[in-house]
Design a protein around this ligand. Structure first.
Ligand SMILES: Cc1cc2nc3c(=O)[nH]c(=O)nc-3n(C[C@H](O)[C@H](O)[C@H](O)COP(=O)(O)OP(=O)(O)OC[C@H]3O[C@@H](n4cnc5c(N)ncnc54)[C@H](O)[C@@H]3O)c2cc1C
Length: 300
């Protein structure tokens, strides 16, 4: 099996490289179709059994006292959360002590580091006998073989596929410790901070309906930095390690599609849920190729 990747190395311009790596089915159901919850929960086990560094510490949702109404609204629109007061927040994240009075903890959620996960997946693919050809810019029609899986993301240019731009930062700070993604609710621009190993924090992300493929705008950078600072002032001294913009591929209903036409199976439209829903989409793609599998085959 050959994987063609047009970038010269892992990552490149892929949205997957820029993602937060959150696996938060309950939080995402606040604005997404409820059908994402079950496959999203199953994805946590899937990732944990295949890549290192999956953290099952849940998600913490907070808001400044000025935006406290946002917590109640978010709680009403989601399930799976335990309400927290200031002590509860401090018990989960001691470095946020005294900063927020109300929060929600979605204990069943998880997160991973996308760059570590993609590296591990690529190694696993090669160990299982696959070949990765970097710098190989192809169309599915031009690729030989019995079946071709087209997962080019936004570059597939599929009918009704649109780009939802997401700008993100990676910061490094030795002064702050977080154990789980923290979502800071705000009526205009909700932001999250996802901790990674080595004092790194991913701060994301804008949601802009735009086909633009350039780097982040000054406005986005300022808003993301302000939000990190609002979460904890020690972020003011953090080093900016990376600042990029990715394009999330989305269909009009913001749900992914796995379809087959002749020998081409298309997997696209993963929107905000590339990591959350990739295991389910991969399962569906395998069904389109091999037909339905038994439970035992799926587990293997
Ligand atoms: C800032 C940001 C934060 C996000 N956070 C999360 C999150 O926390 N959790 C989550 O689940 N999802 C998150 N997402 C969404 C997730 O990243 C996307 O849904 C996912 O990356 C889409 O995967 P994809 O494989 O379809 O596209 P991509 O990741 O863009 O991958 C497409 C690949 O195809 C390659 N390619 C394109 N054209 C060709 C060609 N002609 N020949 C060969 N190769 C080609 C590209 O180089 C690329 O490597 C986030 C996205 C962004 C932008």
């Amino acid at each position: 099996m050959t994987l063609h990747e047009r970038s010269e190395s892992l990552g490149g311009a892929a949205a997957s490289w820029l993602a937060g790596g959150m696996l938060p089915p309950f939080c995402e159901a606040e604005s997404a179709d409820a059908s994402i919850v079950a496959p999203g929960l199953a994805a946590i086990d899937w990732w944990e059994s295949r890549v290192p560094g999956v953290m099952r510490n849940g998600t913490l949702v907070v808001a400044s006292s000025r935006d406290a109404g946002e917590i109640a609204r978010f709680g009403r629109r989601t399930s799976g959360a335990q309400p927290l007061d200031a002590e509860g927040i401090e018990a989960l994240e001691p470095d946020l002590a005294g900063r927020f009075r109300q929060g929600l903890h979605f204990a069943a959620e998880a997160h991973l580091d996308p760059r570590r996960a993609l590296t591990a997946l690529a190694e696993r693919f090669e160990r299982l006998g696959g070949t990765i050809r970097f710098g190989s810019d192809v169309t599915p029609e031009a690729v030989g073989g019995d079946v071709v899986i087209d997962c080019r993301g936004i570059a597939a240019n599929a009918p009704s596929l649109r780009s939802v731009r997401g700008e993100m930062l990676i910061l490094r700070s030795d002064e702050i410790r977080l154990s789980r993604p923290v979502r800071l609710l705000h009526p205009r621009m909700p932001v999250y901070v996802v901790p990674r190993a080595g004092g790194l924090f991913m701060v994301g992300a804008t949601m802009i309906e735009s086909e633009a493929s350039g780097g982040p705008t000054l406005r986005a950078a300022v808003e993301l930095m302000n939000a990190a600072y609002a979460l904890h002032p020690a972020f003011a001294e953090a080093e900016v390690i990376d600042m990029k913009a990715g394009r999330r591929p989305a269909f009009p209903d913001n749900l992914p599609r796995v379809t087959r036409g002749g020998r081409i199976v298309s997997v696209n439209g993963l929107f905000r849920h590339g990591f959350l829903l990739a295991p389910d989409c991969a399962e569906k793609a395998a069904e389109r190729v091999f037909g339905p599998r038994t439970r035992e085959e799926i587990a293997a």
